[in-house]
Design a protein around this ligand. Sequence first.
Ligand SMILES: [Ca+2]
Ligand SMILES: [Ca+2]
Ligand SMILES: [Ca+2]
Ligand SMILES: [Ca+2]
Length: 654
Amino acid sequence: MKKLSGISLSILGLLMLSIISCNRSDEPTPTSGSALNNINVPDGFTFNTTEDIQVQLQIVGDGSAKFERAKFFIFLGDPDVSGVQIASGGVNDNGIYQTIISIPEILDSLYISSNITGMSLGMVAIEGNTINHQFNFSSKALLPTGSRSFDFTDIISDFENGLDDWAPYRDVSIFTSSESNTPLSAGPMGSTDSFIWGFDTKGGIRSFLAPAKFTGDMYGQYIAYHYYLGNTVAARPVQNNIADIRITDGTNVLAIDLSSTFQHEVNAGWQTIYCKLDETETSGSGWRIGSMSTWTTGSGSSTTPGTYASTTQIIQILQNVTGILIAPEYQNGYYSSNGPEFICLGKVGVVADVTTFPIIQQGQTMDDNDEDGVPNSTDDYPDDANKAYNNFSPGEGVYATLAYEDLWPQKGDYDFNDLVIDYNYNVITNASNKVVDVVGDFIVKASGAGFLNGFAVELPVSPSTISSITGQVLSGSTFTLASNGTEAGQTNSVIPLFDDAHTLFNTTGFINTVPSHAYYNPVSINLQISFNGSFDISALGTAPYNPFIVANQLREFEVHLAGMQNTNLVDLNLFGTGDDDSNTGQLKYYQTINNLPWAIHLPVNFDYPIESNSIETAYLKFVEWAESGGSQSPNWYMDEAGYRNSNYIYPTPD
Ligand SMILES: [Ca+2]
Ligand SMILES: [Ca+2]
Ligand SMILES: [Ca+2]
Ligand SMILES: [Ca+2]
């Protein structure tokens, strides 16, 4: 209680500071600084801007498929349109990849791709709080003869992850489709053509399917025709012995398919290289598939049908090719009967200098330096057997923000800048998708506070699971650490990051919240948490986990996000005092009687208000969002027209 009165004095002091600050002639004055006190926030609304999504992707093969290398990637949006990666991992023995991710509530779909061509979905709608998809290759192989109906969602392909070292060759500008997202009933040969064409959800990826019945005598053993690029769906005559140069990511094979008797295994992930012949060899402009019968390939032309070309032979053949167009392909045929095949011309690449193109010999085993079972090409840590995959929050290379009011249990001025800290977490998983390390990349942007505030995060796992922590910046005695770097006396792992934001900047007073004051470069802190053994990612939950500030170095004063619980070391007597209306029975934590929070979490790099300007003066849709319980203007924090009054937002220097 002594400390309560002490803090009350401090509050008074800070309020006076705020008033003085407000009256500075060179700063804007809030138009309605206390407007938040009167808003009606529905009970149960905790100002969440993110939601957890359960993801399960399963590959169902027919027993002979080779999916050991299958790795899934989840992006917040189309990676071609700046979507960043959020999660990745490999499939287990049952072909299942499972994870849990936290994403902005405003998203209704995610981009899912795989290194296995043919198992990429593109943009996928979120159903409720789940994304659940089965890639049923088994049923495709058993496609009944004559059937034209087909679920096209599985054959949308994404080449970029399917081929080692391919990225430099990628050229998405080659092909742009304006076709509608509707499979056509007939292929390029017209109504007698029973190839089926498909378009992806963006209309930009084109695939086709050769039903089994058309791969018999009439068309030879293999896809008999393709079409020219450039949005012209031009048929070319049926030809046998089409030459495909193929690379598979299933077993790292590159082979030339020269033969009508080439026997495909059931295998996803074949890639086709379309060779550009010199212009006299093309009937029309653009790229076409090369037919070996018309090539002049020097000494490489005598490759025997039905055999694999050696690297030397491939190079010889390629020497007379002026360029290569690469497109992804998915082959799903039986040994003997030839199943459907899909070729995706939406994401293609060009190799201008074929001599530099990586060639992997048939039969060569995949490179796996650290022998963790994850090949180098999909191993984010190819030289560390303990680590395999990255899982970023809020996404690779981007940051989310935590913004605090520090006067709890008293209300503050709602400028949400008393501590402003950005985070990017990377949960590193091993070959079994189990958590082994967590890396927290923090950027302390502002400390618009008189208080000396510390910051910590609670993870929902026992402290004994943590082996070591590095990167903490602790100068005082606010936190008492156990030998592994977690806070002593806690049931869950509490990881103090720093105990005084001001010390980080080596200064006092408002830091980066008053435009007329000197600007301090944000302070980066890199936290590394290593665990004993490994555990399921679901046990860790999702970022931001349970972050909180310790106000003014008084350990018993914790300020959490609304709805998040205190740790063992809070003074429980503080709940229900001042403006706090926490009610553990109703699981109400850190909210006022009209449900206002002391902290907010934004899934973006948040542009926070100027000192003492209540958030709704800067963010004009904030009140609407809060009063609607999150349903109206859920993107209130974005920089949309009419959403902001930049006069009240701290102008961070470039
Ligand atoms: Ca490896
Ligand atoms: Ca590894
Ligand atoms: Ca404040
Ligand atoms: Ca402030």
